[in-house]
Design a protein around this ligand. Structure first.
Ligand code: ATP
Ligand code: MG
Length: 365
């Protein structure tokens, strides 16, 4: 659900920021280096996921010398119903979550009602870093598409951990057996969900890749973490001695990976950095399109520092695609003019422009 009102207190350098963004359309956040633009997106991201996208030490998010931060927002449903939500985090680690004036139990509840998708310079990690980033990309969509994905995945991780303890401590095989059996059941479920999700996502990415980059016939090649052709059960039994030797489970959905290929060639071998960035945007947008089609409307896009590495033409194409999603979009830029230029060819753009200066936010349009 999009945000109609946002109040941030003592988050990073934002001591007391308040804004009323446009619910559908573009919210431009301009300001000098260090003014607080990324912090503003980070606060929205934190509210919708309970996580920062640039720091895994939450107490660093609390403004220096403050004892807690809080982020409150009023969300708007399709039927114009208002839903207040909030998150508060104290220096000693206590977290309070609120939905509709009641305590919420987990950030997953917040994530269900405020789904956010981020595009920033780190999005590149999908291609450049290890498979974990590509699994994270996939699993974002799985979380929203399959209600059972999160519980199944969490159970898989628990069982995997237990199985690894048995392998590492070289305990007898009869102790491994029950964990192996449970692991197989869960792995097959995770794999089936991932396959189904990829089959839905692939044609949308292919369409966007053609439009944005003129790449013909883009396909997602999926490695499920074991040999797709082989029975997982048989594989685990075949390599059990090797796993005992290495002390960990070598095969399974925790080792899955995806690659983008065109005519059988991995695109990372022939796309420039800027083109890769554009393709990553297409991949993220494709998830948003699928989300709107199958789950609900109301995904919020956060775009930090769009212009870096994208030429004006690419920026124009990307923004035009983003605007077609009829979503709420936040986009940062040092100068709002760079965004005006990128949307100059678009008709009827609904937007609001905010300027951030030393952690203070004001509307300037
Ligand atoms: N816990 C904190 N308390 C106070 N200030 C902080 C805290 N953490 C970070 N800052 C400061 O907040 C400021 C805003 O950072 P932010 O990354 O949001 O800037 P920005 O506007 O995105 O800049 P740029 O254009 O360079 O990307 C920085 O000066 C940073 O040092
Ligand atoms: Mg920034």
């Amino acid at each position: 659900m999009p945000i109609s009102e946002l109040r941030i207190t003592d988050f990073r350098n934002l001591a007391a920021a308040e804004l009323a963004p446009c619910v559908q359309g573009l919210n431009i956040i301009s300001g000098d280096n260090g003014s607080g633009k990324t912090s503003l997106l980070e606060a929205i991201h934190y509210l919708g996921s309970g996580k920062s996208f640039r720091c895994s030490t939450p107490h660093l998010l609390i403004k220096n010398e403050a004892v807690k931060f809080s982020i409150f927002s009023q969300l708007v449903s399709n039927s114009d119903h208002l839903l207040p939500i909030g998150i508060e985090r104290h220096t000693e680690g206590r977290v309070a979550l609120r939905i509709a004036e009641k305590d919420a139990q987990s950030v997953a509840e917040l994530a269900q009602i405020l789904p956010v998708r981020l595009i920033n310079s780190q999005s590149h990690q999908i291609f450049e870093s290890g498979p974990m980033h590509r699994r994270k990309y996939l699993d974002w969509g799985l979380f929203y598409h399959f209600e059972q994905f999160l519980p199944v995945w969490r159970q898989f991780e628990r069982v995997l951990k237990q199985r690894n303890v048995v392998l590492k401590q070289k305990r007898p095989k009869y102790e491994l057996e029950p964990w192996t059996n449970e692991l197989i059941t869960l792995a097959v479920q995770v794999d089936a969900m991932r396959k189904q999700y990829i089959s839905l996502l692939e044609p949308i990415i292919a369409e966007l890749a053609k439009e944005l980059l003129s790449i013909p016939q883009l396909t997602i090649s999926y490695d499920n973490g074991w040999n797709t052709e082989q029975d997982y059960d048989a594989l685990l039994r075949q390599f059990v001695n090797e796993e005992y030797r290495l002390g960990t489970t070598q095969y399974g959905p925790h080792r899955a990976d995806i690659d983008m290929t065109s005519n059988g060639v991995s695109i990372k071998h022939f796309l420039s950095r800027g083109q890769q960035k554009l393709l990553i945007c297409a991949m993220i947008l494709a998830q948003g399109i699928l989300f709107n089609k199958l789950v609900c409307k109301g995904l919020v896009y956060l775009v930090d520092d769009l212009p870096s590495e994208l030429d004006l033409h690419s920026q124009q194409k990307l923004l035009s695609l983003l605007m077609r999603q009829q979503a709420q979009i936040y986009i940062t830029a040092i100068e709002a003019d760079t965004i005006y230029q990128a949307i100059s060819d678009l008709d009827d753009v609904t937007m609001r422009v905010f300027h951030v200066e030393h952690g203070k936010v004001r509307r300037i349009d």
